[in-house]
Design a protein around this ligand. Structure first.
Ligand SMILES: [Zn+2]
Length: 119
């Protein structure tokens, strides 16, 4: 997956070199999940296998060897999917939580509504 511009500052300055070492030296140009080869064409759709260096714990600041793995697009998405679903569920929960008026809102607003009301 390409790095989002807003996340670029989370990656180390030598990320390109590190990523290359993970994908082409350590993994020898093969997905470390399924073994597909970098540059290989897809059989039934346009495009080709592109290896990416994936952070297994989703933390781009954690560049330990044990946290980096060469994965092609589909394997990378599958790996990230469970974390993305968890994140989406947490975001939905937080949105619902903060959309609700809080007890503080009721206590502060109610008396002023009565005092300032001209009806
Ligand atoms: Zn794979």
């Amino acid at each position: 997956m390409p790095i989002k511009p807003e996340n670029k500052k989370l990656y180390p300055p030598n990320w390109k070199t590190l990523s290359h070492l993970v994908r082409f030296v350590r993994a020898k140009g093969r997905c470390q999940n399924c073994g597909r080869t970098h540059g290989q064409r897809f059989l039934f759709s346009p495009g080709q296998i592109i290896l990416r260096a994936a952070h297994l714990n989703q933390d781009p600041t954690d560049n330990r060897k044990t946290n980096l793995r060469a994965l092609y697009q589909k394997c990378h998405l599958a790996h990230d999917c469970s974390d993305n679903l968890k994140r989406a569920a947490i975001n939905r929960f937080l949105k619902r939580l903060f959309r609700q008026p809080t007890l503080f809102d009721f206590e502060e607003r109610a008396p002023y509504d009565k005092i300032n009301s001209t009806d």
